[in-house]
Write a new protein. Structure first.
Length: 254
């Protein structure tokens, strides 16, 4: 993926990693459209950051995805990058179904069905562009589980394997599949995470991500240094020690 000259749609980017990434990509010479559920927040962001385009979208709602896709493609027919940023994380207790079932269903709907439906809405168009990218967003927790977030871990493992599979299927097209694998980052994904000293500062994370995209344009996975501890435990042969460390030292998995 080139670092500039793209037209990029990032649903789920009204805060956290998504918004920070959108702003930096815009600064690097890309046209960026951000998506979110709250129209008043989108208007506020557009006012604060002239040059960012916005579209209302609820990635848990198939009809909303379809409507947003039509709007984005009508106004930006040169769209060549989709970033499936939307995601939620929930702490769950799986001892009793009443404690986790609704949460798990919500996580899977947002984190797995959302990206699948987004890709379905844009994949035909992206194949018409000479150089296109689908950027999925998994997590270091796709490879090392945090015990208090089972559904989140599983959803991100699903995104990792989906990314691997799509890369194989779309190899005969102009569409590249790039997987972003964040570690714990200082955002509001979980309560208290924005102030967690063990999490990577947001600006530092985004800067490292953009540097990797720029210096490794043919990369398949974007891995900042902090995530490699989680990503490669099994390959290194210290998976059990990594699992123990993650679940003993930091409730947010870093």
């Amino acid at each position: 993926m080139d670092i500039s000259g793209n037209t990029i749609f990032i649903p789920g980017s009204t805060s956290g990693i998504g918004l920070a990434l959108a702003l930096e990509l815009r600064a690097r010479g890309n046209t960026v459209i951000i998506g979110g559920r709250r129209t008043e927040l989108l208007r506020e962001i557009a006012t604060q950051h002239p040059g960012l385009d916005t579209v209302q979208i609820d990635t848990t709602d198939p009809a909303s995805i379809d409507a947003a896709a039509k709007e984005v493609l009508a106004t930006h027919p040169d769209l060549n990058v989709l970033v499936t940023m939307s995601g939620i994380m929930r702490v769950e207790d799986w001892h009793r179904p009443e404690s986790f079932l609704a949460s798990a269903e919500s996580v899977v709907t947002t984190n797995v069905l959302g990206p699948i439906r987004l890709i379905a809405a844009f994949v035909e168009h992206l194949q018409t562009r000479p150089d296109a990218t689908i950027m999925t967003v998994s997590s270091g927790l796709a490879f090392t589980p945090l015990k208090v977030t089972p559904s989140y871990n599983a959803s991100k493992a699903a995104i990792h394997m989906l990314s691997e599979s799509l890369r194989l299927q779309l190899a005969d097209t102009s569409v590249k599949v790039l997987e972003l694998e964040p570690p714990s980052v200082q955002t509001d994904l979980l309560p208290g995470q924005a102030d967690n000293d063990h999490a990577q500062p947001l600006a530092e994370f985004v800067s490292e991500v953009l540097n990797l995209i720029e210096t490794q344009p043919d990369a398949r996975e974007i891995q900042v240094e902090r995530v490699k501890f989680l990503r490669y435990g099994e390959a290194r042969g210290d998976y059990d020690q990594v699992v123990t460390a993650v679940n003993a030292s930091d409730p947010h998995g870093d």
